[in-house]
Design a protein around this ligand. Structure first.
Ligand code: NDP
Length: 281
């Protein structure tokens, strides 16, 4: 590294092999930027020191993965609109010398969604009520989705997310407990799996969902990036739905982070290709 380099990275714990590193660094190389993206294993008790260290070293920004997404808020200087609603940050950006927390997961999802449908006025069923679901719920609501039905195994979490969406965004949100095979109601435009069902190595896990209620004309999206072609993606495609895999969301949150940090419009194709190499898509 020379003194022209700019530092960005991920504060992760535990520090697993991180495909985001390969994806972001592929973009830096492609665009001729002498920047680095470094994955750092930060135990929760060292998070404050890590943020202080990033400031001292002049980091332009960094991603946060679990369990730092909420805890990091007390160590930075402000929040973007959707991160404030969610109460979770996955991307910190240096603006005018201050570290501002953003959440790019949901924004990445909406960007992918816009490639196939305008979210404005549409109805959405979302399985899951964890961090990914919260990000997608808030951001699709801010993008103009008319109604969100949250379907979750744990009723407390599901109800809490539906209430948060109703209270803090313009969307009409409801919670439906997930009991047995779910029938997607008529008139739903978009179905999203925001649970971890189907994530490697549990690639044969299926959502409890009545596949006969999926129809051509619906958009079916999966957040699972590994493997990209989940059972849900394949089942929905076989029923004539328009499908979105989890790679699109992952690539787009990276593109948005790169825009925040560097100002460039990164080539999403280069980034997706790198992830496809890693996940064997
Ligand atoms: P959380 O642990 O916060 O939430 C997990 C969710 O999945 C909960 O709603 C949980 O339900 C549900 N769930 C898990 N297992 C089951 C099961 N067997 N049956 C029913 N429901 C289940 O995780 P995250 O929200 O952070 O992440 C979810 C997934 O999203 C991960 O696989 C992650 O890889 C992916 N993701 C993808 C991104 C991308 O860019 N493509 C970005 C961020 C995340 P309950 O509340 O009942 O426990």
């Amino acid at each position: 590294m020379n003194f022209l380099s700019q530092l960005t990275g991920c504060f992760a714990y535990p520090c697993a092999e991180n495909p985001t590193v390969a994806m972001i660094e592929a973009a830096y190389r492609h665009h001729g930027l002498d920047w680095r993206y470094i994955n750092c294993e930060i135990p929760p008790e060292n998070l404050a020191d890590a943020v202080r260290g990033a400031r001292a070293m002049g980091w332009v920004g960094f991603n946060c993965s679990l369990p730092h997404k909420v805890a990091v808020i007390q160590h930075i200087d402000g929040l973007g609109e959707s991160a404030a609603i969610m109460g979770a940050v996955n991307c910190v950006v240096r603006r005018g010398g201050k570290y501002i927390g953003e959440n790019t997961d949901g924004k990445g999802f909406v960007e992918s969604l816009r490639e196939v449908v305008d979210p404005k006025g549409k109805t959405l069923v979302m399985f899951g009520a964890g961090g990914a679901a919260r990000a997608i719920g808030v951001e699709t609501a801010l993008a103009g989705i008319k109604k969100i039905t949250v379907v979750n195994r744990s009723p407390e979490r599901g109800r809490e997310l539906a209430e948060l969406l109703s209270r803090k965004t313009p969307v009409a949100a409801e919670f439906v407990p997930w009991q047995g095979a779910f029938d997607v109601p008529q008139g739903i435009d978009i179905v999203v799996n925001a649970t971890s069902i189907g994530l490697f190595p549990d690639v044969n896990a299926r959502l409890a969902l009545n596949l006969d209620t999926l129809h051509p004309g619906m958009v079916v999206a999966d957040v699972i990036p590994n493997p990209p072609r989940t059972l849900l993606v394949r089942d929905a495609q076989a029923r004539g739905c328009t499908v979105l895999d989890g790679l699109g969301m992952l690539v787009n949150q990276g593109v948005i982070g790169l825009k925040y940090w560097t100002g460039i419009d990164a080539d999403a194709g280069v980034m997706r290709k790198k992830l496809e190499e890693i996940f064997g898509a």
